[in-house]
Design a protein around this ligand. Structure first.
Ligand SMILES: *[C@@H]1O[C@H](CO)[C@@H](O)[C@H](O)[C@H]1NC(C)=O
Ligand SMILES: *[C@@H]1O[C@H](CO)[C@@H](O)[C@H](O)[C@H]1NC(C)=O
Ligand SMILES: *[C@@H]1O[C@H](CO)[C@@H](O)[C@H](O)[C@H]1NC(C)=O
Ligand SMILES: *[C@@H]1O[C@H](CO)[C@@H](O)[C@H](O)[C@H]1NC(C)=O
Length: 956
């Protein structure tokens, strides 16, 4: 008996201990993450030198971001890592959301199946490494994945069908690997890529995929923008279901072995801009492109189409820049209208049967660069004016028997001058050490370099320098705004079109006022390019970047650190402490997760899967489609007051005579129902005089419409830019600032749960008839769900120029991100300038000029000239100081919005502005002849509008 008891007690102890140990390890998260990272680093050469010890969060390891002491992000781009991911350590990083190991060409070996344990992973970015083997099917378990970027590796095997389970996936980039097999689609038992109805990008180019393109792959439910299947071994015919994906903008099926006719319904893809079918064996009639008015680049060369006459659409595509129809059998006379299409750049029509007279006319496109008609049957040519200096190639045509056209008959090669960034030296440039490079601003430095590959640009004229200048400028602006290390200049070199018809160039990024970037800066720049935060000008289209390893200047070779292993007693004490802490955490967690579950359930009806269910909301009314149609006079053009990528905004009058603004999502709008739903959900529970209010919505007949109160004086942005007829003097600007700030305070502090707007900017502040500010556009807003003052990790969204750099770098959203944007808005109010324009970023400019000892604090040249300086005196210093604190790099240093309100009120008292009475302002409001451009959306494509993260880049 006694011994039985003893055994029992013994095993009870063992049992209890094992539970405690297990809890300790399950909840001793920090040390587990530390151990996992150490495990990874032990398989790598060139792991960051400060990865030392066991506390990645406390001691701020390079490339590691933590939240609540767990590692949530690892970004180690371009630092020369060598080794593999095998060894099973990665799976322990169970809270990881972002993994960016891009541009470490020394990383090899397979992607381990245990990656499937990283259940929270949102971004998986391994571009430009040397990973091999098959992509593990377990990737399909990562249900939060938004970005899979595996391009430019050596992955083999086939595409795992389980990717079809990833319903949040936005970008699937598998390009430039060695993938084989067919494109998987679902059947009764298995998933497939046809289930990815929220995915915008299929980038599968340059692989060895085979079999036919499954008809099942495409359906009207899909929202794809880019389908890039070029340079594979796909055969069979093009499925007609492709014509159902109305959102498509770029389609590349070229360089495969496709056969059969091109489905006639592809011409219903009216948003298509780049259309590549070249180098296949397609037959049947030449596709009819009539009505595809957005087409810019068409390449159908080298196919087996039936002989045909010059098609009608040759003279009717208004946006065409590039028409490549080489080695086909098209016959007949070229219409003169073809050459006068105003955007036309390059016409490559060699080896066809064009005959008769060539008449370029005199109204040919002023962008025209090349007409290549080698080996056709052209017998005469009308006089070409002496001023004609574009390239025309007529070699191999009967017309060459005439002496007068000899000039055009000996040309074979066409090599446009290649752009490269020019030096802007004011003095004789220095001679650089052999391993350094001269920057465009004539400094010797170690640039961060790599190759930019544009996969489907919409232009073909490589000699147009404006394109590259915009590219350089845009890159610099975006670096500037995100404070990704101090960037001096950008250089572009060696611009070519490669054999895949990719526009390729080498990119150099030079540090400012120093010779090299730190490792932290390098990983940030790498991430900016690898996760597609960088937005090129829209005509450059989708891209890959391939970074080169950047030398590490931090490591002094003498001090090789050894890892300080904690002592045994340390471990024991640690375990005990952890047991205690973890038990607490465990209990708290449990409580929280129940609450989270409740929250989820309350939004259950928003899940698109249970679509058809109609949101039940208090406050906002549901309208029928008929009602809206009547109220906007059948969406009459004269009622249009705004528009953007998502659709249009109409003015209307509802039953009770109330004026409303109706935001109508365009059919197939890629901005998706998600933002509409977010907006309804949020707006229907917030009510404040400084927030635009929602009157109702309509979800009927496939339409998505939001109905807002009508705000007559348009956006603050238009007023500041003098576009609206509203003149804002200093007092009015202070009132607008105060109103907007109060609206945001309401969101942050009074809404339950609190809301972060995420897109505070002057185009989202509307002015009513008394010039009261109303904050609008809640499409990107986020509830700070569970713990009210806490942080949430989320895909970075916002608008360039207003985006909080700390939020971008850490991906941790707090209400202080809105404070940053509001600070930018304060600066915009006083300078009257766009925050980010032509290389000038308002925040940086003000910070660098500011000098409290000088007259007007040395900002005289920045202040809006239309402001009467004498009215500014009272409170100017406090105003500037407030703005500067709002845009502090560290969110912790920024004031809360209620502190901002308090200070603005103080400033108004100093400037003797009565905060409440705005009534006497209204009399000065100019009556505008034309309706004010309406507000409910971001700006046009000329600014870096929309979002930063790739997931919302929608080329126009
Ligand atoms: C498309 O969506 C509808 C409902 O939204 C669904 O009934 C239908 O099965 C889907 N079609 C495909 C091909 O997935
Ligand atoms: C087109 O090609 C397919 C497959 O190569 C062939 O079966 C078919 O007869 C061809 N059609 C025409 C019209 O040439
Ligand atoms: C050009 O070719 C077409 C089709 O073969 C033919 O009908 C036409 O007569 C030709 N025109 C000239 C001027 O040779
Ligand atoms: C062609 O001539 C026009 C005017 O004569 C000139 O503006 C243009 O720069 C020239 N283009 C080239 C490529 O030489």
């Amino acid at each position: 008996m006694g011994s039985w008891k003893k055994t029992f007690r013994g095993s009870l102890w063992v049992f209890l201990l094992s539970i405690l140990v297990r809890i300790a390890f399950a909840r001793g998260e920090n040390s587990i993450d530390g151990a996992a990272l150490n495990g990874l680093a032990s398989q790598w050469q060139n792991a960051p030198s400060n990865w030392d010890g066991f506390d990645p969060c406390g001691s701020k390891w390079l490339g590691v971001t933590c939240k609540k002491n767990r590692v949530i992000s690892i970004t180690l781009s371009s630092i020369g890592l060598q080794g593999s991911l095998s060894g099973g350590d990665i799976q322990n990083l169970s809270e990881l959301r972002t993994l960016d190991l891009s541009y470490n060409s020394g990383l090899t070996g397979p992607l381990p199946a245990s990656i499937g344990n990283l259940r929270h992973l949102e971004y998986l970015i391994l571009s430009g490494c040397s990973f091999t083997g098959a992509i593990p099917a377990e990737i399909g378990r990562l249900s939060h994945l938004e970005v899979i970027s595996l391009n430019s590796n050596k992955f083999s095997g086939s595409i795992p069908p389980t990717i079809g389970y990833l319903s949040d996936l936005y970008l699937l980039d598998l390009g430039s690997n060695q993938l084989i097999g067919t494109i998987p689609v679902s059947d009764g038992a298995n998933p497939g890529l046809d289930l990815l109805i929220n995915t915008k990008h299929f980038h599968f180019g340059v692989n060895q995929l085979s079999g036919s393109i499954p008809s099942k792959l495409f359906s009207p439910n899909m929202t794809l923008i880019h389908v890039l299947f070029e340079n594979n071994s796909l055969n069979g015919s093009i499925p007609s279901t492709l014509g159902l994906v109305k959102s498509l903008e770029v389609l590349r099926l070229d360089r495969n072995s496709l056969t059969g006719p091109v489905p006639a319904n592809l011409n219903s893809l009216t948003k298509l801009s780049e259309f590549h079918l070249a180098h296949n064996q397609l037959n049947g009639t030449l596709p009819d492109l009539t009505g595809m008015d957005f087409l810019t680049f068409v390449d159908m060369s080298n196919n087996s189409f039936d002989s045909s006459n010059v098609p009608q659409w040759f003279s009717s595509l208004p946006s065409l820049t590039s028409l490549y129809l080489e080695y086909l059998k098209i016959k007949g006379e070229l219409p003169q209208a073809l050459f006068s299409s105003s955007s036309l750049q390059n016409l490559k029509l060699r080896d066809n049967q064009f005959n008769g007279t060539l008449d370029i006319g005199i109204n040919y496109s002023n962008q025209l660069q090349l007409i290549d008609l080698t080996n056709n049957d052209i017998s005469t040519i009308t006089t070409i004016s002496d001023g004609y200096n574009r390239t025309l190639i007529l070699t191999g045509n009967p017309v060459c028997n005439q002496n007068s056209v000899r000039l055009y008959c000996n040309m074979t090669v066409f090599a446009p001058p290649s752009y490269s960034t020019s030096l802007k030296c004011t003095t004789l440039p220095p001679t650089c050490p052999s391993d350094q490079v001269l920057s465009p601003n004539c400094q010797c430095a170690y640039p961060y370099t790599g190759t930019l590959l544009f996969l489907a640009p919409s232009f073909s004229d490589l000699s147009n320098n404006t394109n590259y200048l915009m590219l350089e400028q845009g890159l610099r602006d975006q670096f500037l705004q995100l404070e990704l290390g101090p960037v001096d200049s950008i250089s572009l070199q060696k611009i070519i079109v490669d054999s895949n018809n990719y526009l390729e160039m080498s990119l150099g990024i030079f540090p400012f006022n120093k010779t090299y970037f730190s490792q932290v800066e390098v990983t940030a720049i790498g991430f900016f390019l690898s996760n597609h935060t960088y937005q090129p000008p829209s005509n450059f289209g989708p891209y890959h970047f391939l970074g080169l390893q950047y030398p590490n200047f931090n490591v002094s070779p003498s001090s090789k650190k050894s890892k300080n292993l904690p002592t045994i007693t340390g471990v024991a004490a640690g375990v005990l402490l952890l047991i205690l802490i973890c038990l607490c955490i465990f209990i708290i967690r449990k409580k929280r997760s129940t609450r989270l579950e409740e929250d989820r359930q309350s939004f259950a009806s928003w899940e698109p899967k249970s679509s058809g269910s109609i949101p039940q909301l208090k406050g906002a009314r549901m309208f029928t489609f008929e009602e809206i149609k009547t109220c906007t006079n059948n969406f009459a053009e004269m009622n249009e007051i705004g528009g953007g990528g998502y659709g249009k905004v109409y003015r209307g009058t509802i039953g009770n005579g109330q004026l409303v603004a109706v935001k109508r999502a365009q059919e197939g709008s890629s901005q998706g129902s998600h933002e509409f739903r977010t907006e309804i959900e949020l707006l229907s529970r917030v009510h404040h005089k400084n927030l635009v209010s929602l009157v109702g919505f309509c979800f009927e007949e496939g339409e998505q419409m939001l109905i807002y109160e009508y705000v007559p004086n348009g956006t603050l942005k238009d007023s500041l830019l003098g576009k609206s007829g509203v003149r804002l003097d200093w007092k009015r600007r202070l009132r607008v600032a105060l109103g907007a700030a109060k609206g945001i305070v309401y969101l942050h502090e009074l809404a339950d749960p609190p809301i972060v707007h995420r897109d505070i900017k002057s185009s989202n502040i509307l002015l009513d008839d008394k010039l009261n500010a109303k904050v609008s556009d809640f499409g990107l807003s986020k509830s700070l769900g569970v713990d009210s003052r806490g942080q949430i990790t989320t895909q970075v969204k916002g608008t360039m120029g207003y985006l909080d750099p700390e939020y971008y770098m850490t991906q941790q959203l707090t209400d202080k991100s809105d404070v940053y944007s509001f600070g930018v808005l304060l600066l915009e109010l006083i300078t009257g300038k766009k925050p980010l324009e032509r290389g000038r970023y308002i925040v940086r400019e003000v910070k660098s000029l500011l000098d409290w000892s000088k007259d007007l604090y040395n900002l005289k040249n920045l202040l809006d000239p239309s402001l009467d300086l004498t009215t500014l005196v009272g409170g100017l210093k406090q105003y500037i100081s407030l703005a500067i604190r709002c845009v502090d790099e560290s969110s912790a240093e920024r004031p809360t919005m209620s502190a901002v309100v308090y200070e603005i009120e103080k400033i108004m008292r100093q400037a003797s502005v009565n905060p409440s009475s705005a009534s006497n302002s209204s009399s000065v409001v100019g009556s505008t002849g034309t309706p004010v451009r309406h507000p409910y959306e971001s700006d046009g494509p000329s600014d870096y509008s929309g979002d930063v993260a790739y997931p919302r880049i929608e080329p126009k």
